[in-house]
Design a protein around this ligand. Structure first.
Ligand SMILES: [Fe+2]
Length: 435
């Protein structure tokens, strides 16, 4: 008994590994060490080199800030920011942290303002984040106040670079991040532009939930078509994604960090699954049907061979096109063991009222309690609990062994492998640790 406690103690320490102890297992393509999900030191480095590094982070849709003065609270990694439309029409992103004493000054999730005023000492900022006013700057009766050489322009909010494409707003801490189109790479950009062709978007609603798991698990989940055919009863029973459907797990060819899980729904309303395949799928149930068939209607509206494209855009964006339900999901990491997911569901301004109702109805697939979202949330929680508490230390990644990049098979882990090959490089993690 005492011996096993010692083993557990040692294992838990390894899960909170210091960076210098983080050496990827020797068989790097086929193993993921637990500490990528549990170590606080790894998490801090991810914030520095990934979210605050050379990346474009999704922060808002332009449709959320259409007019001068419109603003939205958002996040880059875990860092709170404000997205603000200034009088000149420009979109600005700055940290939601008063330059004076650090208060998160913007408290409303969305709104319209002429200026931003910190509630603590009422320092005020314009819509571009410049400091414009300080109460009692010259003191009272010339006693107290700021030093004479204090310059407002040296004490504005920390501003981020901003770029937009077809109504989607991204921000970056780095001056070196390449132009967005180059960042996304051609094959990812093509499916992105299918969902965002440049016509005005209409926001239909929001969900927000906390997931008790590491933020990278969400990327993995959407680079893991294997689970989709097994975990999700709804997908397989109603034929949305069945092993054998036309499908692909696309990976960007430049870095391997972005992906698109793509599939084409079978023509039949309900899946035709061979008896042999059924045996492999415990989540398949014969004889189920929907009371309201309209739920699964697919109105073909895009010039695309796919009825579903789920895009993972590094590091914090999911672009969801599941038949006619469209959305963006923003990953907000919240420590190694937690993330916040912010879902924004949308359609287009030119949708007919029927199409808008259809998108809202089909939107029940998604969200924290959606017919598809629900099971992923649970599965990722189970994984976090497992890697945090158990003693094994390494996860196995051997489907389509050795392969990196795009795969036509759903029974593959090549896209996850590609993401971690990129991750090791950007994090500077050496390979060669014991298995
Ligand atoms: Fe899933």
């Amino acid at each position: 008994m005492y011996q096993s406690q010692t083993v557990i103690g040692r294992t838990l320490a390894a899960k909170d590994a210091a960076l210098e102890d983080c050496i990827w297992p020797e068989d790097a393509l086929h193993a993921i060490p637990d500490w990528v999900y549990t170590s606080a030191a790894v998490y801090e480095k991810e914030i520095e080199v990934i979210f605050h590094g050379k990346t474009w982070n999704y922060v808002a849709l332009e449709a959320e800030v259409p007019n001068p003065g419109d603003y939205k609270r958002s996040y880059v990694g875990p860092t709170p920011v404000v997205v603000s439309r200034a009088e000149d029409g420009s979109i600005n992103v700055f940290e939601n942290r008063c330059a004076h004493r650090g208060a998160e000054f913007c408290r409303h999730s969305q709104g319209n303002a002429k200026e931003f005023v910190c509630p603590y000492h009422q320092w005020s900022y314009d819509l571009k984040g410049n400091l414009q006013g300080i109460p009692f700057k010259r003191g009272v009766n010339r006693i107290g106040g700021m030093p004479k050489d204090f310059r407002n322009e040296q004490h504005g909010l920390r501003k981020l670079r901003v770029t937009t494409r077809h109504g989607v707003v991204f921000a970056s801490y780095s001056e070196e991040t390449e132009p967005l189109e180059e960042y996304l790479t051609p094959e990812i950009l093509a499916d992105f532009d299918t969902v965002f062709p440049g016509k005005p978007l209409k926001v239909l609603g929001y969900y927000r939930n906390e997931l008790p798991c590491n933020w990278k698990m969400y990327h993995e989940n959407l680079k893991d078509p294997y689970h989709a055919t097994l975990l999700h009863s709804f997908l397989v029973v109603f034929g949305l994604l069945v092993a054998g459907n036309k499908s692909a797990m696309l990976v960007d060819t430049v870095h391997g960090r972005h992906g698109t899980m793509a599939s084409a729904k079978s023509e039949d309303k309900y899946a035709k699954v061979s008896d042999e395949n059924k045996k492999e799928m415990r989540s398949f149930h014969d004889g189920l049907s929907l009371r309201d068939d309209r739920f699964l209607e697919f109105v073909k509206e895009f010039d695309s061979p796919w009825s579903v494209t789920m895009q993972t855009i590094w590091p914090n964006l999911i672009v969801q096109r599941e038949m006619n339900t469209l959305g963006v999901r923003q990953i907000v990491p919240n420590g190694p063991d937690s993330m916040i997911m912010q879902w924004t569901m949308f359609g287009y301004e030119d949708d007919t009222p029927e199409m808008q109702r259809h998108r809202l109805r089909q939107g029940n697939l998604m969200g924290p309690a959606g017919f598809l979202g629900l099971e992923d949330n649970e599965a990722m929680k189970f994984v976090q609990e497992g890697v945090r508490r158990a003693s094994t230390g390494v996860n196995v990644l051997k489907l389509e062994s050795g392969k990196l990049g795009t795969s036509d098979s759903l029974i593959s882990e090549a896209a996850i492998r590609s993401m971690y090959a990129y991750y090791r490089q950007v994090m500077g993690i050496p390979v060669g640790g014991a298995q």
